[in-house]
Design a protein around this ligand. Structure first.
Ligand code: NAD
Ligand code: UFG
Length: 336
């Protein structure tokens, strides 16, 4: 078992991945600047696993800080979650998004190459399928974007692809996540967004716990079975496990490989509302509102490449995703 550097490991998906890597027997080093997370999540990872985490509070754009980590630690592979991720904010602050996500990845890749560490699993997104591909999304469809956040994912995938063409020693997997939700079964780690949530599940959770008044369902006139938007929600622990499989795959395979991590099932906003009502045992206050600009009707994965190459598929159900999310909300009504 090797030593894995996890960038953004204090964040929502990264913290769950830390737990799965530790439980699979890897040792881990976490680098995070805590711009969208708290150090408390590192303590909770240690509490869940009973293992220690080497934590560096550092910014991935700081080349000297990244180099220090590679000097002090014998890193075998990198799992790269660090990045800014709010679509709306990226439209308002494009330079900040390009600078953080793209420049940060450049610095990381340069230092990795310098130290001969050439295996990386990158957090990409279903957003790279853009607006014009038919569902279900298959990895060889053309990629595009509609906002700066999405372009950072498209561009970083291109950079990683080009790097693999130029240097045959690079081993890269780009995992295209669908919609991660849920939380660890312990209720100790979960999604803890700053301010008012943009995403459906944390918003529903805050309505259920009484912090927000009412959910606005963005549109009920889409071309979907009940008119509301359809997404491929995936339990964050399933997603985290996919990273362990992806690192094992990447270690054995050179070149660039994009892989969807989704369930392959589409769930509508109203189906999600009703599933959450069942999990929390009370009705949720919601109203139908206008469509949100930039939203598409349906997004879900063809999940067969992950099954074929990683021997991975999602295990959790809509029911357990809502129950686990609700447990985390109840145990941490004010976040971590
Ligand atoms: P998150 O914000 O909880 O985690 C990202 C972490 O990166 C945070 O802890 C933040 O502090 C850290 N970070 C940001 N910039 C940094 C920098 N310059 N240096 C060091 N650390 C930095 O987000 P998440 O939901 O866990 O997402 C993780 C990754 O997955 C991101 O790259 C995101 O774009 C991608 N992704 C997320 C989703 C989703 O719906 N959550 C969907 C698709 C892809
Ligand atoms: N929705 C509501 N009300 C809300 C929030 C969301 O009705 O308050 C609806 C949306 O219209 C959509 C569904 O719930 O139909 C899911 O919305 P999210 O914001 O949770 O997720 P998205 O699919 O829009 O966005 C996610 C990630 C982005 C990524 C995008 C495309 O959050 O980072 O997938 O892959 F870019």
């Amino acid at each position: 078992m090797g030593k894995i550097l996890i960038t953004g490991g204090a964040g929502f998906i990264g913290s769950h991945a830390c737990v799965e890597f530790l439980e699979a027997g890897f040792s881990i080093v976490v680098m995070d600047n805590l711009s969208n997370s708290k150090e408390e999540s590192i303590r909770r990872i240690e509490k869940i696993t009973g293992k220690t985490v080497d934590f560096y509070k550092a910014d991935m754009r700081d080349e000297a800080a990244v180099r220090t980590i590679f000097e002090e630690q014998d890193i075998d592979a990198v799992v790269h979650f660090a990045g800014l991720k709010a679509v709306g904010e990226s439209v308002a602050k494009p330079l900040e998004y390009y600078e953080n996500n793209i420049n940060g990845t450049f610095v990381l890749l340069k230092v990795m190459r310098e130290f001969g560490c050439k295996t990386i699993v990158f957090s990409s997104s279903a957003t790279v399928y853009g607006m014009n591909n038919p569902v279900p999304y298959v990895e060889d469809m053309p990629t595009s974007a509609t906002n700066p956040y999405g372009y950072t994912k498209v561009m970083i995938e291109q950079i990683l692809h080009d790097l693999c063409v130029a240097d045959k020693d690079f081993h890269v997997v780009a995992l295209r996540y669908f919609n991660p939700i849920g939380a660890h079964k312990s209720g100790l780690i979960g999604e803890d967004p700053n301010g008012i949530p943009n995403n459906l599940l944390p918003y529903i959770g805050q309505v259920a716990v009484g912090k927000l008044e009412q959910l606005a369902v963005f549109g009920d006139d889409y071309d979907t079975p009940d008119g509301t938007g359809v997404r491929d929600y995936i339990h964050v622990v399933d997603l985290a496990k996919g990273h362990v499989s992806a690192v094992n795959y990447a270690m054995e395979h050179e070149g660039f490989m994009p892989i969807n991590l989704g369930t392959g099932n589409g769930i509508s906003v109203l189906e999600m509302v009703h599933a959450y009502e069942k999990a929390c045992g009370k009705p949720l206050n919601y109203r139908i509102a206008d469509r949100r600009p930039g939203d598409i009707a349906s997004s879900y994965a063809n999940a067969s490449r992950a099954k074929e190459l990683l021997n991975w598929e999602a295990q959790e159900t809509l029911e357990t995703m809502c129950e686990d999310s609700w447990r985390f909300m109840q145990q941490n009504p004010n976040g971590l």
